[in-house]
Design a protein around this ligand. Sequence first.
Ligand SMILES: Cc1cc2nc3c(=O)[nH]c(=O)nc-3n(C[C@H](O)[C@H](O)[C@H](O)COP(=O)(O)O)c2cc1C
Length: 326
Amino acid sequence: MLHYKPEDISVPEFHKLLLGGVGPRPIALVSTLSADGKKNLSPFSFFNAFGVNPPMIAFSPARRGKDASLKDTYNNLIATKECVVQSVTFSMVEQISLASTEYPAEIDEFIKSGLTPIDSDFVKPKRVKESPFQMECKLIEMKSYGESGGSANMAICEVLKIHVAEDIFTNGLIDPKKIDLVGRMSGNFYCRANGEAIFEVEKPISKKGIGYDQLPDFIKHSHVFTANNLAKLANVESIPSEKSVKDFITEIAKENFEGFEQSKEAFYRYQRLSNYKYMMKTAIKFINENHPKAKYFSELAAKCALENNDTEFAWNAVLSYHHLVN
Ligand SMILES: Cc1cc2nc3c(=O)[nH]c(=O)nc-3n(C[C@H](O)[C@H](O)[C@H](O)COP(=O)(O)O)c2cc1C
């Protein structure tokens, strides 16, 4: 590991480190008005939501690195106490990048970026039509930390109203696959929340899971399971009983799976298809035949079940080998 205190390296270097490790960061596209009514639009990725009752968000229009001057967004917020904060989607990422240009205060970044201003209901700054998620906000507090280049100004805002496109929902939830958000990483890198980048992690069970320390050693020391697999196995309330494992083996053995083939090649085909039940049927057959790879196959079937959120199957699968050989 490398170790740094802020005083060990320059501010830009520390900035780079921080931005590399704290990410992907959501991006707030912030619309404000100056005291004399000039529109301003800029992206800020020092941004997040912090509570919902009342709904609070914060972002940091920090002092400019080069001369410690204050950004237009900061000045506008101090003068008018209002903003609209919108989420940034992949379809608008180049436009928000353009809006981040350090144009003079009198320049309207809506015009420069080509994004479309539309009226808000409760505040004077305009909303950005292209964003599917827009929050009308009032400034509650501006907290400043330092007066040097890069010093933070935390704009803490209450959300007064949200506008959200109806077509980004699935079953009442904003669907990450539909909203297509982007996040900021280090340097000029962004990431797009779509495809395989989006995955589900089941919440830990409400009753307490057995924990990593209670996993049997033969599971902990397996070369097949990753740390994520083990943590998922550790999130059960109890380890399946001998009887449950026995019933599981009997059930799988007598199951007449359509088109089932018993061979190593078929096993790997089932693995590619994430068909862990067929994998396990093959593994049980191999265990009974004392096949040298029987343990490996049963663990692969368990791993596949885990990755398909079937933890009960995974436990029974991994215990089957020990039940049958011991
Ligand atoms: C994706 C992205 C994220 C940014 N995040 C921040 C940030 O969190 N804080 C900040 O001060 N500047 C940030 N910037 C730079 C500002 O957008 C830039 O300084 C902008 O010109 C400020 O505009 P203003 O002076 O009109 O407020 C970011 C730029 C981009 C492209």
